[in-house]
Design a protein around this ligand. Structure first.
Ligand SMILES: Nc1nc2c(ncn2[C@@H]2O[C@H](COP(=O)(O)OP(=O)(O)OP(=O)(O)O)[C@@H](O)[C@H]2O)c(=O)[nH]1
Length: 372
């Protein structure tokens, strides 16, 4: 039997970091395949993870939750047929909806009796819970509310009060998940595995996913009407089902650039802007990426300057950048999330690669910034 673990989480949350730890410590003796789905067109993580020796199946340039969903099911079936692994780890793109990934896995396991969904984890940057919930709620809350376990990253940088506030906010969207608040380097493999596979997780996940697919005249047994019932500001339902998913909260703003609040279409009237105003956006509607492979020789100072400049706002709302490039001082890898730059020496790669992801980013200005 092949167990499937989904490690989701918003851009830069720490999915790859957690996966590296799991590979080294939790599953050292298992035959394991990692399916990575990068939103950007240039796959950066693949290179870093290859050193771990694990089999990697990369799906770049899109999101397995939307456009690539058919390919994704096929990729799972192919990986299973080719390797018969003990475990398949799936790292969806940071802008993927976990509910869609779970649904795609469930469809696949229904076709193959030899695969089972083991766990669905969401990694959340402890420093950014509030801001991402507010600005990218449709994606972020989906990831949080459908997780069986939520691993908070960077808690070593947070005060007790800030950790508590993050947990309280996450709880409003997920009443049952195990929320990991201990810094990961203090955690044993056994503790991580226990958190990931809370009892009856699969049933919980199924129930959550099914809650979104009630037929019109079919009623959920939780006693709440999911169609005509809206919670007041700050009021939360405790029925364990997620009513928030496809609705923006009062003070939550959608980042797609369209106003969904003041503008109501009458029944049967359609907007010609090409966006779906009924609450469901594809990642491609909201997020874009700029990626390039280049032999360009950078200087370390130029890289540091460019990465620091991404916080300024003039290149759009940059949410993530990563790369591996040659400089006069050797090769460097870098990671950027808002307010955090990590630049470190690396082994030479076959060519330089970098990728920037965000909302409303300006590709030509970014190219100029990096001297390309
Ligand atoms: N200090 C600290 N840094 C972390 C932690 N988790 C992740 N990071 C850093 O955050 C950056 C992004 O981490 P990744 O693991 O690549 O995040 P990801 O979720 O895979 O990112 P995407 O590729 O955008 O999906 C890296 O520089 C990590 O070193 C953490 O718990 N503590």
């Amino acid at each position: 039997m092949t167990h499937i673990d989904i490690i989701s989480g918003f851009l830069g949350a720490g999915k790859t970091t957690l996966i590296k730890k799991l590979l080294q410590e939790a599953y050292p003796d298992e035959k394991l395949v990692l399916i990575e789905n990068e939103f950007g067109s240039v796959n950066i993580d693949g290179g870093f993870l290859k050193e771990s020796g694990v089999e990697i199946s990369e799906m770049s340039a899109g999101c397995i939750c939307c456009s690539l969903v058919g390919d994704f099911t096929q990729a799972l079936l192919d990986v299973h047929a080719q390797f018969s692994p003990d475990r398949i780890l799936i790292e969806p793109s940071g802008v993927g909806k976990l509910s869609d990934v779970i649904a795609a896995v469930e469809r696949t396991t229904a076709q193959s009796g030899d695969m089972v969904l083991g766990s669905a984890v969401t990694v959340a940057d402890g420093l950014k819970v509030k801001v991402y919930e507010k600005n990218f709620g449709e994606f972020y809350i989906d990831q949080v509310s459908h997780a069986g376990a939520i691993f908070l990253s960077r808690t070593q940088k947070l005060s007790q009060e800030k950790i508590q506030a993050a947990v309280d906010l996450l709880r409003t969207h997920n009443a049952t998940a195990a929320i990991v608040t201990t810094p990961w380097d203090e955690l044993s493999a056994m503790t991580m595995k226990e958190a990931m596979t809370a009892p009856s997780l699969e049933q919980d996940l199924l129930t959550q996913v099914q809650a979104h697919h009630h037929e019109h005249d079919e009623h959920c047994a939780c006693g709440h009407d999911h169609h005509e019932h809206h919670h007041e500001h700050d009021e939360h339902c405790t029925c364990g089902h997620d009513h928030h998913d496809h609705h923006h909260e009062h003070d939550e703003h959608c980042a797609c650039g369209h106003d969904h609040h003041d503008h109501h279409h009458e029944h049967g009237e359609h907007c010609a802007c090409g966006h779906d105003h009924h609450g469901h956006h594809h990642a491609e509607d909201v997020f874009t990426s700029w990626g390039i492979e280049t032999p360009h020789m950078f200087t370390k100072a130029q890289l540091e300057f460019a990465l620091d400049a991404l916080d300024g706002g003039e290149f759009g709302m940059v949410l993530r950048a990563k790369g591996i490039v040659p400089t006069g001082d050797g090769w460097f890898e870098f990671d950027y999330v808002p307010g955090e730059v990590n630049l470190r020496p690396a082994k030479a790669d076959y060519t330089g690669r970098l990728c920037v992801i965000g909302a409303g980013i300006d590709n030509s200005q970014l190219a100029t910034l990096f001297g390309l």
